[in-house]
Design a binder for this molecule. Sequence first.
Ligand SMILES: Cc1cc2nc3c(=O)[nH]c(=O)nc-3n(C[C@H](O)[C@H](O)[C@H](O)COP(=O)(O)O)c2cc1C
Length: 195
Amino acid sequence: MKIQSLKLVYFSPTGTTKAIIQGIARGINQSAVELIDITKPNARKQQLQTSENELLVVAVPVYMGRVPALLMEWLLRIKAHNTPTVCIVVYGNRVYDDALLELKDTLITCGCLPITCAAYIGEHSFSSSETPTCPVGAIASENSNLIDNEKCITCCACIKNCPQNARTMKTGLVKDAAIRLNTLYQERKEPVFFL
Ligand SMILES: Cc1cc2nc3c(=O)[nH]c(=O)nc-3n(C[C@H](O)[C@H](O)[C@H](O)COP(=O)(O)O)c2cc1C
């Protein structure tokens, strides 16, 4: 088996997972690198196929200790053939719970061969700096005040991206969680790797 190219797949509504996967890409000395951003719904219409001659890296944020549920359908459609795979989860300094195991097990069912797994820590989505927009198309294009609550995954990309800082976290469960996170999980955790 000779690795001829590198495919880096990431879902990253608020940009942290993307930053980590870009760092990994810089660290792997491979000239043929394809970055596959599955954050937007359109990108998830395309199925991923890979072979044993490619190295696949899949990185997702942790949502409630799991792989974000909306990604499962896309992940399960991956067609791999003994593709050496690196599984990465990025979490907001609380816990990554079952997410790494879930990602690994899911990718095995698609024909991937996990060779390394890692959990990295990033800024929590419920904190307060800027980044990109709705990954699930929950905001109406004609009136951005209209949000489809069924589709919304509370990733906070719209709050972080708003150029006018017009969007804020309303009082409620998410805001309560943000306050709890800021007080309970201040102590910095370190990345872990499983080879
Ligand atoms: C809905 C939701 C649930 C989350 N659940 C967790 C969690 O269980 N544990 C944790 O440490 N971080 C959690 N986070 C924080 C994200 O995993 C973290 O901020 C990650 O870096 C976001 O990645 P992104 O910037 O690529 O979107 C959650 C974030 C969101 C939006």
